[in-house]
Design a protein around this ligand. Structure first.
Ligand SMILES: [Zn+2]
Length: 72
């Protein structure tokens, strides 16, 4: 679709820029394979969006911990 086409075109442009390419990361979110530019300080960003994938991961981690605690 149109949005994907825009993303793909941007990605192609980024891939020709060595500086941008060095910052290119793949999101670690479940079911999310989006690419993003890690412009964060220290380059320790792990998700395309901390509000979406980062938050989802935090919730999942909390749920796993709660499940372990319930079993103990
Ligand atoms: Zn993501």
């Amino acid at each position: 679709d149109a949005l994907l086409a825009v993303v793909a075109r941007d990605a192609v442009e980024l891939l020709t820029d060595p500086g941008a390419r060095a910052l290119l990361r793949q999101c670690e979110g479940d079911n999310c394979r989006r690419l993003y530019l890690d412009t964060s300080r220290g380059h320790r960003r792990r998700w395309c969006s901390s509000e979406v994938c980062g938050n989802r991961e935090r919730v999942a981690r909390h749920r796993r911990r709660a499940a372990v605690a319930a079993r103990a």
